[in-house]
Design a protein around this ligand. Structure first.
Ligand SMILES: Cc1ncc(COP(=O)(O)O)c(C=O)c1O
Length: 461
């Protein structure tokens, strides 16, 4: 694999000389040359000059079909006309930060609640998913007066100090270890880890620790953990156990919200968490995240506080920014009006991509398995992650994708990435998500790019 990577790196360097120079400059003033490790692939990232629809162009004049799409926020592609048109008139009146509560945030909150179709909920906005998950845990702790939090191994809820455990697979420890320095050890001790989609394990954990848990936080569709849906049975059990033990059930819908239908994924499952988190696409490409919870829990934000102490949840200086809220409203409006076209289209194209990618690898004698498939409740998923199994695997657990003994993680994360960049496609974790800007022809081109990557792999592996 070493030889293969060196070959790809050489070819990539030939195409990206200007990006290489910019990366050297960036590295002089920034840690590792940037702000987010997922954007800082080896040997260095390209620097974009423009992004429109499905494509990104870099400083060296290369064009890439992009399946990262703004960390999965851009369901309508990059810089969509429909959102620009909605936001631009507001620039005339000035959309710079004012520091006042805005009417547009009320409209976005109304829109979110209407999409969920439930009564007795309240919203507070902030500017990132990390902040939303942090505040949700604080609200749950304030409400219950308890300190422990249960999360799923492989679940990523942002870099919240409360939840930086069991995110990265670590040999020997699996998904049980603390993930970051700088978090007090007592925080990590309060976080318990349960296995994704495992009903028996969940029941056991609740039986042992249920009365001490403030919250159970999970993604109904696990993102970084492998693009896998929870079963209905699992989510129903989670709801029952949280009710029985007085635990706040938090659905992190920062990836899944408005991705599979014009609402939370909870709507398709017919389930009601106590707190839901939204982010990414609800801002229409701007920094918006929302905590949506039962009024009695959200009232913890009131200065007079809950029955326990007040939770100091302030959305932040830039929360409810007029421009962000307008962009979010335009996005949710569009999805609401076009849901019958958007979701089936994304699902069909992603399905073609998933099966096409598996086929082209098979034709080169290599096995690739795509996760992201829908199921009976969610027939249309726009996600795909390409995995290289070391042995026969069903791909049901984050461990299947992240344990290097089960899947060739380096081949997916580092090698495939470069091979595809050489063929004009940008992916993260071996895949990504479709946007409405990806045409059926783009999907065909993408399958061809994977076929070319498979041929290169064949030569070296
Ligand atoms: C499921 C989930 N929750 C929370 C977050 C954190 O969001 P942010 O990056 O806006 O802080 C992410 C980010 O990828 C996510 O995927």
């Amino acid at each position: 694999m070493e030889k293969l990577f060196r070959y790809l790196e050489r070819e990539y360097r030939k195409k990206t000389a200007k990006s290489a120079a910019l990366f050297r400059r960036a590295s002089r003033v920034m840690v590792r040359g940037g702000s987010h490790s997922l954007r800082l692939w080896k040997p260095y990232p390209f620097f974009p000059v423009s992004a429109a629809g499905a494509e990104v162009s870099d400083v060296d004049g290369n064009r890439y079909l992009d399946y990262w799409q703004g960390h999965y926020a851009n369901i309508l592609g990059h810089n969509p006309e429909v959102i620009r048109r909605a936001v631009e008139p507001h620039f005339q009146h000035g959309t710079f930060h004012t520091g006042f509560e805005t009417l547009s945030q009320v409209e976005l909150a109304e829109r979110l609640l209407a999409s969920l179709g439930r009564r007795g909920l309240k919203v507070r906005f902030t500017t990132s998913g990390t902040l939303a998950s942090t505040y949700a845990v604080m609200l749950a702790m304030g409400y219950t007066g308890r300190q422990r939090v249960l999360k799923v191994g492989g679940g990523w809820h942002g870099a919240s100090p409360y939840l930086l455990k069991g995110v990265k697979f670590q040999p020997g420890a699996g998904f049980r270890a603390a993930d970051s320095a700088g978090v007090p050890p007592e925080f990590s001790r309060q976080v318990l880890i349960t296995r994704f989609n495992d009903c028996q394990h969940l029941s056991d954990v609740f039986q042992k620790h249920g009365r001490k848990l403030a919250a159970f936080i999970l993604e109904p569709f696990i993102g970084v953990g492998g693009f896998l849906f929870c079963s209905r049975q699992y989510l129903e059990l989670a709801r029952q156990l949280c009710d029985r033990y007085g635990v706040v059930l938090i659905f992190d819908e920062i990836i899944s919200g408005f991705r599979f239908c014009a609402s939370g994924l909870q709507k398709l499952y017919g389930l009601s968490p106590d707190i839901s988190l939204f982010g990414k696409l609800i801002g229409g490409g701007q920094a918006v995240a929302a905590v949506v919870g039962k009024a009695e829990i959200m009232e913890g934000c009131e200065p007079s506080g809950l029955k326990h102490r007040r939770v100091h949840f302030e959305g932040g200086t830039f929360s409810s920014h007029e421009e962000y809220m307008r962009a979010g409203l335009a996005m949710l409006d569009y999805l609401e009006k076009n849901q019958h076209r958007v979701y089936p289209y994304l699902g069909q194209q992603a399905e073609k991509l998933r099966r096409g990618i598996e086929r082209v690898f098979r034709e080169e004698g290599l096995e690739a398995v795509c996760t992201g498939d829908g199921h009976e409740l969610v027939p249309d998923s726009s996600f795909f992650m390409v995995n290289f199994p070391r042995k026969k695997i069903d791909y049901r657990q984050p461990e299947d994708l992240w344990n290097p003994e089960r899947s060739n993680v380096t081949l997916r994360e580092e090698v495939l990435k470069l091979a595809l960049l050489l063929n004009g496609v940008h992916v993260v974790h071996g895949g990504g998500c479709l946007s409405t800007a990806h045409t059926p022809e783009d999907v065909d081109r993408t399958i061809q790019a994977y076929a070319e990557a498979a041929r290169i792999f064949r030569r070296f592996l």
